[in-house]
Design a protein around this ligand. Structure first.
Ligand code: FAD
Length: 266
């Protein structure tokens, strides 16, 4: 890491991620190594019991051998816009944790901030709900009934190999919207996503949880790619090879929300 940052392994997360990724590309390797053996053995085992046990099962003693590592992509720092107590713009819909966009994160999600967010926001929401009036009207209006009927319509008998579809989607996102992004690849990904969406004929009702999950994954993937295309700058985990600097004028994108509506299945 000394090639990349004077703080070496303690550099910001996106910098370490890109450094690992870059070295893997240059060396045509599927992983790099993390050497933790300089840390006191007892301390290492006490602080990382799950990782050390997991590695040992694969024959790696992390107290004496380097650990094979590879980066994971943080595809976006966002989610449902929510207040710190989980309130959203929809009455009685609350969002906390990974699903929420509370403004607590910057361009990186820093180690342990996310878990702290889950605990702090859950506490705030529980506190809020304990004093809130949770009564809901007992009437189901026509609009809700129409939606229920629409989504209960019979569906075609077509069977899908959801595992393969999900794997293809994951590969597409990793290759096109992963650690390093550029317009060309993002545009191609958007085209492919539109085709994948068109081919998956579940506009209304799905047949099982896997199908609903895949449909949701397609929606999220399209939102991520659209937002990544619009953010013409590099900032934290969002790294564009065609726009390498931080832009002074870049702000939160709203058109991805507009596109979400265009992409909706209703
Ligand atoms: C590779 C990686 C590394 C990370 N490193 C760190 C770190 O170092 N420090 C840190 O603080 N955070 C880290 N995070 C982030 C942290 O793990 C998450 O922010 C946190 O786990 C989110 O918790 P959550 O309960 O909000 O969501 P999740 O843990 O995603 O839980 C959501 C649950 O809901 C379930 N679910 C989904 N859909 C449905 C449905 N329709 N019906 C019922 N259940 C459903 C899911 O199966 C899941 O169990 C990391 C994340 C990743 C992916």
């Amino acid at each position: 890491m000394s090639k990349y940052h004077d703080k070496r392994e303690l550099a910001p997360r996106d910098i370490v991620t890109r450094a690992i990724y870059n070295e893997m590309q240059n060396k045509h390797s599927s992983n790099m190594f993390l050497n933790a053996s300089i840390i006191d053995k007892q301390k290492l085992l006490m602080r990382f019991p799950t990782i050390s046990e997991h590695c040992l099962k694969s024959g790696i003693d992390i107290t004496s051998s380097p650990i094979p590592i590879a980066p994971a992509a943080h595809y976006f720092m966002g989610g449902i816009k929510a207040e710190v107590n989980g309130k959203t713009s929809i009455k009685n819909l609350y969002a906390i944790g990974e699903t929420a966009s509370t403004g607590l994160h910057g361009a990186n999600r820093l180690a342990s901030n996310s878990l702290l967010e889950c605990v702090a926001c859950a506490y705030e929401l529980a506190d809020y709900l304990s004093f809130a009036n949770l009564e809901t009207p007992n009437i189901i209006d026509d609009r809700i009934m129409n939606t229920i009927n629409l989504y209960s319509n019979p569906i075609s008998d077509c069977d899908y190999d959801i595992k393969t579809l999900k794997d293809n989607l994951k590969s597409l996102m990793w290759d096109s919207a992963g650690i390093i992004r550029c317009e060309d690849k993002l545009l191609k990904a958007l085209d492919k996503l539109n085709i994948m969406n068109r081919d998956f004929r579940r506009e209304r009702k799905c047949r099982n949880t896997d199908e609903y999950e895949y449909r949701n994954m397609l929606t999220i993937a399209q939102l991520i790619v659209t937002a990544a295309l619009e953010r013409k700058e590099s900032r934290g985990a969002h790294s564009r090879s065609d726009y390498t600097n931080i832009s002074e004028i870049a702000t939160h994108s709203t058109s991805s929300i507009k596109n979400a509506k265009e992409f909706s299945y209703a």
